[in-house]
Design a protein around this ligand. Structure first.
Ligand SMILES: *Cc1c(COP(=O)(O)O)cnc(C)c1O
Length: 387
């Protein structure tokens, strides 16, 4: 089956003779087993709310269908998917290789939390080749943590090369696949051991719930992920699991439209004098563009723009002129967003040397003509403030 079809059939209820089309919310902590034998049998699937209800199982099934791999487990946020995945594979004395363009809270988890427990992290250039990565590997390197494309600056990483480097040693390759949403990018097919997502973004798709997903390539990896989440006491509410699964039903239609609107906006932005550079993997000559073309099947709606150096009052006028693009964190919902981001503050192995401000856009599902009017308004305000 193709993804468009999988997204509509995976995780659907199976009861007979009649059942609702979509999986309903089942809220429960305690489950009652009619007999002792039922308790022995039931314990193999549904036992207790924290270990998941049929609503959670349905979402897990749908994400596995999309990402490929052996099994999916849920986390209460995208960030906890990142931290639990790291905790599943490291112990005191171990070493982690992490991309310099990882989502900042993921970086800080290594720099602050893991460090206190005797786990050392080395950050690597997201554009490093296989040999450079191999040179950074140590006998105690247990995880290579990639995020592709990278947060804020969108460099695309060579996942098959990272997988080879990891598997030549004793390491697992964990990939934060939030941008590709499991739809445009399939890290497990490219060699990753774990593909995780902030489902908060495109799977939920409506900016109204936080969920993380962790998909493992094989049973042994899946067991480690399961125990990490279990021992951390992770729990996702059945309501939030339901929202993520409901969001997934329209994922392909939404992503195609996010992509289309992003491409149109970029075409428009390229003609603006105030724009220095577009940060988006589908742009020819962009770092990792060829890898993007080889490994991904499309591009989502999140991208960046470097403006020419801009004084703060002009930048404020620019942001305040938007009426449709909202100033807000996160992305992946149906709505357009714009944010001033500062990549120079969040890297250590590489240097961000662009002089002008970096503006991150999320292209929502609004009509493209209305979005262009909004952009026009902001760029006119920017120009007027610099006169
Ligand atoms: C948002 C985000 C996260 C964290 O997700 P939350 O659900 O907000 O915790 C992790 N990784 C990436 C790439 C993200 O964009």
């Amino acid at each position: 089956m193709k993804d468009n079809t999988k997204l509509t059939v995976a995780g659907r209820p199976h009861q007979r003779p009649a059942h609702p089309v979509n999986t309903p919310v089942e809220r429960a902590s305690t489950y009652l087993f009619p007999t002792y034998d039922d308790y022995l049998e039931g314990a193999k699937t549904i036992t207790y709310g924290r270990l998941g209800t049929p609503t959670h199982r349905a979402l897990e099934e749908a994400v596995t269908a999309l990402e490929g791999g052996f099994e999916t487990r849920l986390a209460p946020s995208g960030l906890q998917a990142c931290t639990a995945a790291l905790l599943a594979f490291v112990a005191a004395g171990d070493h982690v290789l992490m991309t310099d363009t990882a989502y900042d809270p993921t970086r800080k988890f290594c720099d602050r939390f893991l460090k206190r427990f005797g786990v050392e992290t080395t950050f690597y250039d997201p554009l490093a080749g296989e040999e450079e990565i191999a040179a950074l590997m140590r006998p105690n390197t247990k995880v290579i943590f990639a995020e592709s494309p990278g947060s804020l600056t969108f460099e695309v990483q060579d996942l098959p090369a990272l997988a080879r480097a990891a598997h030549a040693g004793a390491a697992k390759l964990i990939v934060d696949n939030t941008w590709g949403a499991g739809y445009f990018c399939k890290p497990i097919a490219l060699g990753a051991d774990v593909s995780l997502q902030a489902a908060t973004k495109y799977l939920v798709g409506h900016a109204d719930a936080l969920v993380g997903t962790l998909t493992s390539a094989d049973e042994q990896t899946a067991q480690k992920i399961f125990y990490a989440l279990l021992q951390l006491g992770s729990n996702v509410s059945a309501d939030d699991a339901y929202l993520a699964l409901r969001g997934m039903r329209t994922l392909s239609a939404r992503l195609e439209r996010h992509q289309e609107n992003a491409n149109e906006i970029i075409k428009w932005l390229r003609k603006q004098d105030a724009v220095e550079r577009i940060l988006h993997p589908a742009q020819k000559g962009f770092p990792g563009h060829n890898v993007w073309k080889r490994d991904l099947t499309g591009a989502s709606g999140l991208f960046g723009v470097v403006l020419k150096p801009t004084p703060m009052p002009a930048l404020k006028a620019f942001f305040n002129a938007f009426k449709l693009f909202g100033i807000g964190f996160s992305w992946g919902g149906y709505e357009s967003l714009v944010l001033h981001v500062k990549p120079e503050q969040y890297r250590s192995a590489t240097e961000w040397s662009e002089a002008g401000p970096v503006i991150r856009f999320h292209a929502g599902l609004e009509d493209i003509e209305d979005l262009k009017i909004d952009l026009e308004r902001a760029f006119m305000a920017l120009a007027a403030a610099q006169k």
